[in-house]
Design a protein around this ligand. Structure first.
Ligand SMILES: [Fe+2]
Ligand SMILES: [Fe+2]
Length: 470
C-alpha cells in the first residue's frame, strides 16, 4: 500500500475514517513541530538527501531525495496485518492477538509505550549540536537521517497513545514533548538518554550500543499480543537497521583511521597525527556499553515476568525458541554479588527475562568488537578492543553499588576510584576528542580522525553533495 503524501499526516492506518483521532493528532502536530524547531538539529540547512518511507511492503519501501528538514513528512506506518496472527507466549498463548487494549493490561501497556516513546525524542535532543562538527557531508546526512527517523518513532508511539489510550494517552503524548534529555526538573525517563552526546565518537558509540538496545526492546514489543504495537515496532525495526549501520561503520572508520596512523607512525601515540588513541576508543566503548546494559533493567524482575505471562512483551525471536513459551517451570542462572564475591544464582526463568534479553544483546555487541578487531588485525597493530564485564560500571540491577573492573574483578571503592581513569573517559580524553571536532563540509573531504566510508548512500558516491547548507 503506497502512502499518500498529500495528506496532512501521511499514514497507512486509514486516519481519514476516524475524524476524532485525526483531529487529535492534527492538534498534536504543531506541538511536535515546535519541539523539533526548539530541540532538534541546530545547524541551519537548506535541504538534506534523505530517505522517506513511502510504503511498508517488502520491497521499495523508501524514497530518496532532497528534503528541507522541517518539511520532512513524519507519518504513521504500521507493518501489514496478519489476520491469522496468534499470541505466541504466556498465558494467552494460542489465542488470537488483540486489536484493542484489554482493560486489565491498560496501565502496563501504556507504560511500556511511554517508556519506548520517551527514548525517541531524547536521542534527537542529545544529538542536536552534532551538526556543527560533522566530519563530512556524508556523516552529516546520516545524523539527520537518524534524527528524522527518531522523530518518526515518536509519532509511532504517539499514534498508539492517541488511538488506544484515550485521555490518559493524549496527556502522555504531550508529556513526551515536555520532558527533555538532561533537564534537571523533567528529565527523560531512562538514564542513558540523559547523558550528553557531545562529540562524534560518542555519537557512533551511541548508535552502536544504545540504538542497539532500542532494537532489542522493539524486538520484544514486536512479539506483543497487542497487535497494533507489534505492527508498529515491526516497521520501526526496519528504519532502526540504518541507525545500527551508522554506529557500526562509524566505529569501523574511527578504528581504521587509528590503525592507519599507528602503522604509519609505528606508535600507539596517534595524537600528534590528529587521530584518536585506541585507549580512548576503548574507554568510550566501556562507557557506552555499560550505560546501555543498564537500559535492560534489573537481572531479576517480577514485572518482566508479569509482562511476559500477560503477553505484553515477549523474548527476542520468541517463535524460534524451543520451549513451552510459558516458562512457568523453567529456571535460569544469573550473576550477582554475594559476600564480596561474584556468584551465579538460579532463579525462576520468568523473573530473569531482562537478563535473557541482555544476553542476546551482549552476543550481538561481541560481533561489533570482533569486526573492529579484524580491522586492527588487518593493519597488524597487535592490539585489540574488548567488551568489559557485564558488571562493569553498572548503576541498575544486581551489580549496582558494587565496583567491578572490566575483567570482572570486584574492587573496594578506593581502588575503583584510583583505577577508573584507565577504564572510563577522562576529562582529558573528552577535551581531546572535542578538540578534533571541527566541521568538514567541503564535498568529498573528510576530517583527519576518521576514514572515509567504503560506499555512499543509495548508490551515490562519498563525494555526493548530501547536504546543502544554508
Ligand atoms: Fe528509534
Ligand atoms: Fe534509532
Amino acid at each position: 500500500m503506497a502512502i499518500d503524501y498529500t495528506e496532512k499526516i501521511p499514514n497507512n492506518v486509514d486516519l481519514d475514517s476516524d475524524r476524532r483521532l485525526q483531529r487529535a493528532l492534527e492538534s498534536w502536530q504543531p506541538a511536535f513541530l515546535q519541539w523539533w524547531s526548539s530541540m532538534g538539529p541546530t545547524l541551519p540547512t537548506r535541504d538534506v538527501y534523505l530517505r522517506t518511507a513511502v510504503s511498508v511492503g517488502r520491497e521499495g519501501w523508501a524514497d530518496f531525495g532532497y528534503v528541507a528538514l522541517p518539511e520532512y513528512r513524519w507519518g504513521i506506518f504500521l507493518a501489514e496485518r496478519d489476520r491469522d496472527r496468534r499470541v505466541a507466549f504466556g498465558e494467552h498463548k494460542g489465542e488470537p492477538v488483540w486489536q484493542q487494549v484489554p482493560g486489565e493490561y491498560r496501565a502496563e501497556l501504556q507504560r511500556l509505550i511511554v517508556i519506548q516513546g520517551d527514548t525517541e525524542p531524547a536521542s534527537v535532543e542529545q544529538q542536536r549540536r552534532l551538526g556543527l562538527s560533522a566530519p563530512s557531508l556524508y556523516d552529516l546526512r546520516n545524523l539527520f537521517q537518524v534524527n528524522v527517523e527518531e522523530g518518526r518513532h515518536l509519532w509511532a508511539m504517539v499514534y498508539l497513545l492517541h488511538a488506544y489510550f484515550g485521555r490518559d494517552g493524549r496527556e502522555e503524548a504531550q508529556a513526551l514533548l515536555h520532558r527533555h534529555s538532561g533537564d534537571l526538573d523533567s528529565p527523560r525517563i531512562l538514564g542513558a538518554f540523559n547523558e550528553e552526546t557531545p562529540d562524534w565518537l560518542s555519537f557512533f558509540m551511541f548508535t552502536y550500543f544504545t540504538d542497539r538496545d532500542g532494537k532489542y526492546q522493539l524486538g520484544t514489543l514486536k512479539e506483543s499480543a497487542f497487535d497494533p504495537l507489534s505492527r508498529t515496532c515491526e516497521f520501526m525495526l526496519k528504519e532502526e537497521a540504518h541507525h545500527m549501520f551508522v554506529g557500526t561503520t562509524g566505529v569501523d572508520r574511527v578504528v581504521e583511521r587509528t590503525a592507519q596512523l599507528m602503522t604509519e607512525h609505528d606508535s600507539d601515540d596517534v595524537v600528534a597525527a590528529g587521530g584518536i588513541p585506541l585507549d580512548v576508543i576503548q574507554r568510550y566503548l566501556n562507557f557506552h556499553y555499560s550505560v546501555s546494559l543498564d537500559l535492560f533493567g534489573s537481572e531479576t524482575s517480577t514485572n518482566a515476568g508479569n509482562y511476559y505471562t500477560a503477553g505484553l512483551k515477549g523474548r527476542w525471536m520468541e517463535e524460534r525458541r524451543h520451549d513451552d513459551h510459558r516458562l512457568t517451570e523453567d529456571s535460569m542462572w544469573v550473576d550477582t554479588v554475594e559476600d564480596g564475591e561474584l556468584h551465579r544464582i538460579e532463579v525462576a526463568a520468568l523473573t530473569a527475562l531482562n537478563e535473557d534479553l541482555r544476553g542476546e544483546y551482549i552476543r550481538d555487541c561481541q560481533n561489533g568488537v570482533a569486526r573492529w578487531n579484524r580491522i586492527l588485525d588487518s593493519y597488524g597493530v597487535g592490539r585489540s578492543l574488548h567488551l568489559p564485564h557485564a558488571g562493569f560500571n553498572r548503576k541498575v540491577g544486581l551489580f549496582a553499588g558494587h565496583h567491578i573492573g572490566p575483567s570482572g574483578e570486584l574492587l573496594a571503592e578506593a581502588e575503583w576510584r584510583r583505577r577508573a581513569p584507565a577504564w572510563l573517559p577522562t576529562e582529558q580524553d573528552k577535551a581531546y576528542v572535542r578538540s578534533l571536532m571541527k566541521p568538514v563540509y567541503e564535498r568529498g573531504k573528510i576530517a583527519a580522525w576518521i576514514a572515509p566510508p567504503r560506499q555512499g548512500i543509495n548508490g551515490k558516491p562519498f563525494e555526493y553533495e548530501y547536504v546543502h547548507l544554508s
